[in-house]
Design a protein around this ligand. Structure first.
Ligand SMILES: [Zn+2]
Ligand SMILES: [Zn+2]
Length: 888
């Protein structure tokens, strides 16, 4: 472009007012559609961010994906709606509010349940809307007029209704089970909410005296990583395959410190090769031991209270926490001569994802969802492709997760959340699940009490797609559900595939007899630039709010989507955001150029009159068809690549370039045709870019002098690939591609040898195909003008002239005469000098990179840098060698 002056785009000044205008126009609500999709609804329900949440990179990426989808659908004429809301986030919020109160010197237990819940609501009023404001800042076109919250009265009703239905349908039951218990949060934690941490531990070998000697042995030895649990041992197991151990089956041991007599039995669970062959069995403190206990009728003895302190009845050990109990018990074994030996043993332990306390497998009374019936439908609708996953490999992950799914513990010992709607009458024993609050017993009239626990947050999240669409009031007859359900897209992170995605499918199949969404996008996890997870403690995180300030919402959005390939992780690359911001500037400058060259312009139909017109129209038409296909597969990086290459390399670099002589020419009809075509291509490009870069495209569109079918780009029509297909002309595309290749080659030669653009050159082009020669011959004048040539030979049999450079392009060889323009001797000398210097540097670096000591010691980043440097050196060297060969 002639206009080299960089115009920095002022994001803050433009984005907020545009967002406000869209919102005021009501475009974010379900507005009437148009065209062939006029009656079709397109709906997305946002994964509700936690009210404790702040916009992080995961949100930034996921919200960009969803906004791109919904804006694309809106422009296609669908009646769109992106349903917004926030999640009460039981344990996360309770932890935050608890901490705030503690900091103020207030204890949760002191103020009681009601006051605490009030404090939670107050906290939500103060902080819970931050994230919604941040989502607005990204330009997300959610329906802000109807925001949902998972503790809204109607949402509470929906949750209660599902609980009651499942309870009466025998899908919810109460049971004593071993759960993952957090002794700090004093609540059960779901299996998939637990985090595994490696721990350097020990294996303690403990001697258990036999009641009567067996084959001359007085005792057996058991190995354990958790000696403190021996207080709850009620058996010792051996493998049925262990021949030596069979003599002990049926014998009993006297449990040390406790004095309990417990049996030795054989069970297939026991691995014959492990430890000593004898396994202590603690049914109340290990899920596998629980199962053995069930099989062999063992007593289940709970030795810990809810804070993991040893309960009454164990003498000196009672009242100790689990760590102190371990020390004391090992010491007691040692003292009694019953500690055989100790070995180092690394193993992984489960920790609480909120507070990182070690979880305790703990026997407690909990509510469960029986999943066997529910999971069958949820698997079927994925197996038959009613629900599709993008990328497709997540389909199997989903099915595997379902196949391994065990009954789901849904009760949590918290206050903040959906209180379990179970009511109990202590007077007569009546109990039931009730949608409405119950005060007195329907059987005996005595006052009843409600269950103290709340439901797992995911129990309420699983209703999200339909509870936000009117299911509570009218069931599946609700207008929104009838018209707009299932939703089209669910975009989410991979770590909640089971926790959330599968459960929404189960709940929706049960409540609505319908899938909740057609397409599931599992977006990559945004990793830091160093490839590690972003974290505060590592200090490697990036803040999307800062990125938006630096690159604009558009720049951040485009730059993020550029990085969404099918890969599982996305190693965040800020350079992509920078190049996206530069791209936004390029768009801005191109639009300015077009707008500044509209003297005498009258709007009218575009018409390709020159080969360059035909080429850009054909390129545009082909790209729209490809982008449509890519949208169908949610291939976002491909879409951004197409748009970037088209706008920058084809429209700006060539088409605008070709247009300059026509705009400056003195044929008014040709100038007008050129203006109309420029405006047309720019207008189409803005439409294609809008879903990803909503702000800059809307801002330019507002100034674009075209007849508009809608006042704002956000509700304008998406380019119609079918309609545009009439512009497809392969010959025109080939011809101008060859022109561009030839001109680029000549320009590269000029810069390589420092030849002035004013110096006319002599060029010969050899084509592989005869047809290419003819196509190129027809563009002779365009090439001569654009590359500034005084002689051009084109043909299949053209030979390389002496003293000329050679450039290669697909199907072409381009020879540029250098005779008289380059001092070959001086040039040769210069190149030889550069060659030997590069060779020296490359050899030195190669030696370093072959040194095993260096490779072992240096940081990976440094090695990567050196490797890149080496590649760069060898590239340069190759180019210098080529040039030397060229000038002979
Ligand atoms: Zn915890
Ligand atoms: Zn009663």
């Amino acid at each position: 472009m002639a206009d080299k002056k960089k115009v920095e785009y002022d994001f803050a000044a433009h984005e907020a007012p545009l967002f406000q205008a869209w919102n005021e126009q009501g475009y974010f609500k379900r507005t009437p559609g148009f065209g062939k999709h006029a009656d079709d609804c397109y709906t997305i329900t946002i994964p509700p961010p936690n009210i404790t949440g702040m916009l992080h990179m995961g949100h930034a990426l996921n919200d960009t994906i969803q906004d791109t989808c919904i804006r694309h659908a809106r422009m296609q004429g669908y009646r769109t709606r992106w349903i917004l809301g926030t999640d009460h986030a039981g344990i996360a919020t309770q932890t935050k509010v608890d901490k705030k109160l503690t900091d103020e010197g207030i204890s949760r237990l002191q103020i009681g349940r009601e006051k605490f819940i009030e404090a939670c609501y107050e906290w939500r009023r103060e902080f819970g809307t931050t994230i919604v404001e941040q989502i607005k800042g990204m330009g997300c076109s959610c329906d802000y007029s109807d925001e949902h919250f998972t503790l809204d009265p109607d949402y509470v009703k929906a949750v209660r209704r599902l609980f009651v239905q499942w309870y009466h349908d025998d899908l919810i039951y109460r049971g004593k089970r071993i759960v993952n218990w957090c002794p700090h949060c004093t609540t059960a934690i779901a299996d998939d909410e637990a985090e595994y941490v490696d721990e350097a531990g020990h294996l303690w070998y403990l001697r258990y005296p036999l009641t009567n000697p067996v084959n001359g042995h007085d005792y057996i030895v058991v190995a354990t990583t958790r000696p403190e649990t021996m207080l709850g041992d009620t058996g010792v197991a051996v493998s049925p395959k262990d021949e030596n151990a069979q003599a002990f089956v049926g014998a009993t041991v006297e449990l040390p410190l406790v004095g309990r007599t417990i049996p030795i039995f054989s069970d297939y669970y026991v691995d014959a090769g492990f430890g000593t062959g004898f396994v202590k069995v603690t049914p109340a403190h290990d899920p596998n031991d629980w199962a053995m206990g069930e099989r062999h009728g063992l007593e289940k003895i709970n030795i810990f209270d809810e804070t993991a302190h040893v309960v009454e009845g164990y003498g000196e050990f009672s009242g100790l926490d689990r760590d102190a109990a371990r020390k004391a018990i090992v010491a007691a074994f040692d003292e009694a001569g019953l500690l055989d030996h100790v070995e180092d043993h690394d193993h992984s332990v489960m920790t609480c994802y909120r507070c990182h306390t070690k979880l305790e497998p703990w026997l407690s009374e909990q509510w469960f969802v029986a999943v066997d019936r529910l999971k069958q439908d949820a698997a079927r609708v994925v197996e038959d492709n009613s629900i599709k996953f993008y990328p497709e490999r997540w389909r199997q992950v989903y099915l595997d997760w379902l196949a391994n799914l065990k009954d789901w513990c849904i009760s949590r010992q918290l206050w903040w959340g959906h209180r379990i709607p179970m009511y109990y009458c202590d007077a007569c024993g009546w109990e039931d699940a009730c949608e409405e609050d119950v005060a007195v017993c329907p059987q005996c009239g005595a006052p009843v009490r409600q269950d103290e626990d709340v439901l797992d947050t995911w129990f309420s999240s699983q209703l999200w797609p339909f509870a936000t669409m009117g299911w509570t009031e009218e069931g599946t007859a609700a207008e929104e559900l009838r018209r707009a359900y299932p939703t089209q897209v669910l975009s989410t992170a991979r770590d909640i595939m089971g926790l959330w995605v599968a459960r929404m499918v189960m709940a929706s199949m049960y409540c609505c007899d319908e899938i909740p969404f057609h397409n599931v996008i599992i977006h990559p996890t945004v990793m830091a630039a160093d490839g590690k997870p972003m974290s505060k403690s590592r200090g490697n995180g990036v803040d999307p709010l800062k990125l938006m300030k630096d690159y604009g919402a558009d720049g951040m959005r485009f730059g993020l989507l550029m990085q969404v390939t099918g890969a599982q992780d996305l190693r965040f690359n800020e350079d992509k955001l920078e190049s996206s911001r530069n791209f936004a500037n390029k768009i801005r400058n191109a639009a300015r150029f077009v707008m500044m060259n509209l003297d005498g312009y009258v709007p009218g139909a575009p018409e390709p009159t020159t080969p360059a017109d035909a080429w850009i129209f054909s390129r545009l038409a082909g790209m729209v068809a490809r982008i449509d296909a890519e949208f169908d597969e949610f291939e976002f990086s491909e879409i951004t690549r197409e748009l970037y290459a088209f706008f920058w390399n084809e429209f700006c670099d060539w088409y605008i370039e070709f247009s300059k002589s026509r705009l400056a020419g003195d044929d008014p009809a040709d100038r007008l045709a050129c203006q109309r075509n420029l405006v047309f291509v720019l207008d189409q490009a803005l439409r294609l870019l809008h879903p990803i870069m909503p702000f800059i495209t809307e801002e330019i569109y507002q100034d674009l002098p075209v007849e508009k079918e809608a006042p704002y780009l956000i509700v304008s029509q998406w380019p119609d690939a079918e309609d545009l297909s009439r512009y497809i002309q392969h010959d025109a595309e080939r011809a101008i591609t060859m022109v561009a290749d030839t001109v680029s080659a000549v320009r590269a030669v000029r810069s390589r040898y420092g030849i002035s653009p004013r110096q006319a050159l002599s060029v010969a082009v050899r084509t592989d195909q005869d047809t290419d020669s003819r196509l190129l011959e027809a563009q002779r004048q365009l090439i001569v003008d654009t590359a500034h040539l005084d002689n051009l030979v084109i043909g299949c049999t053209v030979e390389k002239p002496a003293e000329s450079s050679v450039s290669l392009a697909t199907g072409l060889e381009i020879y540029t005469r250098l005779s008289g323009l380059v001092d070959f001797d001086a040039e040769r000398a210069r190149l030889q000098k550069e060659q030997s210097s590069l060779e020296k540097d490359a050899a030195k670096l190669a030696k370093k990179l072959e040194n095993p000591g260096y490779l072992a010691k240096a940081a990976q980043e440094i090695i990567d840098k050196d490797r890149a440097k080496y590649t760069d050196l060898t590239d340069k060297l190759q180019r210098v060698r080529n040039q030397l060969a060229e000038i002979g």
